[in-house]
Write a protein that binds this ligand. Structure first.
Ligand SMILES: [Zn+2]
Ligand SMILES: [Zn+2]
Length: 92
């Protein structure tokens, strides 16, 4: 992989820079915010609130629902994941 000495990589301002490269420069942040808004509008249009299944992680993650049931599903998963990692030795 070749990295040019330039700091102006082509992904700046694409949203990809923000989420993938973790860049927080202004163009990347703007692009990310724009994309989030687009995405949320699209989700909101496509899936009426009433059609969402609550208490599952996909609703929490994909639709950004933060109701009690969905939050619990997500935190249960996080806890189980941590416990599984610990049981597996924790290293690496
Ligand atoms: Zn950037
Ligand atoms: Zn929910």
């Amino acid at each position: 992989m070749v990295t040019a000495g330039s700091s102006r990589e082509s992904w700046h301002g694409t949203g990809h820079g923000y989420s993938y490269h973790g860049c927080r420069c202004q163009p990347c942040t703007d692009a990310h915010r724009r994309r989030c808004n687009d995405w949320m509008n699209r989700v909101a249009l496509k899936v009426p609130e009433a059609d969402l299944t609550h208490g599952v992680r996909s609703t929490y993650n994909n639709y950004g629902c933060r109701c009690e049931d969905c939050r619990r599903a997500q935190s249960d998963h996080n806890r189980q994941w941590r416990e599984r990692r610990k049981a597996a030795g924790g290293a690496s």
